[in-house]
Ligand binder design. Sequence first.
Ligand code: CAA
Ligand code: FAD
Length: 380
Amino acid sequence: MNFNLTEEHKMIRDAARDFAKTELLPGVIERDNQQQFPKELVKKMADLGFMGIMVDPKYGGSGMDTISYVLIMEELSKIDASASVIVSVNNSLVCYGLEAFGTEEQKQKYLTKLASGEKIGAFCLSEPEAGSDATSQKTTAEDKGDHYIINGTKNWITNGGRADFYLVVAQTHKEKGHKGINVFIVEKDMEGFHVGPKEDKLGIRGSDTHTLQFNDVKVPKENRIGEDGFGFKFAMKTLSGGRIGIAAQALGIASGAYELALKYSKERKAFGTEICNHQAIAFKLADMHTEIEAARLLVMKSAFDKDQGENYDTSSAIAKLYASKVAMEQTVEAVQIHGGNGFVKEYHVERLMRDAKITQIYEGTSEIQKIVISRSVLRN
Ligand code: CAA
Ligand code: FAD
């Protein structure tokens, strides 16, 4: 067992750290205030290879491993979780799904553009009546021989108004339940596809979240991914990797808040000394550091499992469950350490606290992670 990062991993982490500080930090408060999608920054992240981190270079990707992915996600999320979720969805939900299960034609046509960052992807599983209960898909994909006709509504879709290609989950054979579900690549200009209004959110306000409407959208058969009925397994397998990305996002939010709180506690004086010299604050810092280190080990373990070709369904659920709890709890502590300054935007920790909450909700709520973990525990 080796807990040290390689020199290459350190270089990748430092590149992401440098980018986050120089490019993401300057406008992050304004983008949060204005709910502004970081369009130009996405292009810059693409130039650094962050939109197709794990994709094979022959499809336009960076060919890095999952450890590199989580290092990049952590560094971006320390500063701007809205930017990091764009990276996470494009990488682990869209690019991964296409690379692992797409045909060579689909990879050439779609993956190459997504991995290079020329185009942006979205992953459309959730519906008004199918969130946690994801098998209850109401969106239909009617088999018409050489094409499918998709009808229905998807909600909460990240990159919803900005994406070019959408992976859309829909029910084809209702009588077969989850075994009748398929997944399709839908292009944004296909007739009958509509983007609804943007959501006004508590956190990750710079990311773009929309309801999508599909009215008789005609999708060629060659845009179905995998065998007929593979769509639900596709979604579950893809989400296992996605959960590693969101766990790394949560880790970044927590460690970003911790670093700010540590610095502030060494500068702010009360009762004649820096507040870090009061044991109540020092112990908070000790707890924060301990919790974040524990979360980091779980996130790394899950990424390591994926890189080693081991099953990561459970370790990714554990990492996401724990890291998101740490993010929520420790960002609250970071606000507390900042006192009144923690309550205003200028000091960044209130935004990190708001951003932390989503990591307990999307890509499977904490309760859903416990379902996945408990089923695994009871199976073994
Ligand atoms: N890999 C492969 N197959 C899997 C799987 C996995 N990880 N997990 C489940 N399956 C298979 C099961 O084996 C089963 O197939 P068989 O009948 O052939 O064995 C099938 O899927 C159905 O599984 P379950 O019976 O376990 O289904 P369930 O109804 O009990 O639900 C669940 C399971 C884990 C709760 C699932 O519905 C779930 O994960 N829900 C949460 C949905 C979610 O995470 N949504 C995220 C949307 S994307 C997003 O949020 C992006 C973003 O914000 C940025
Ligand atoms: P519900 O499923 O209605 O859950 C409500 C509550 O009940 C939760 O606390 C839940 O944990 C609990 N609950 C439900 N079932 C059980 C159970 N069996 N046992 C115990 N507790 C249970 N989805 C996408 O497909 N693509 C995206 O890009 C995407 N991006 C998102 C971005 C944002 C900002 C948000 C807010 C959501 C996004 N989602 C996306 C949707 C997200 O995945 C869902 O919100 C999430 O899976 C929960 O579904 P729900 O909101 O319908 O809540």
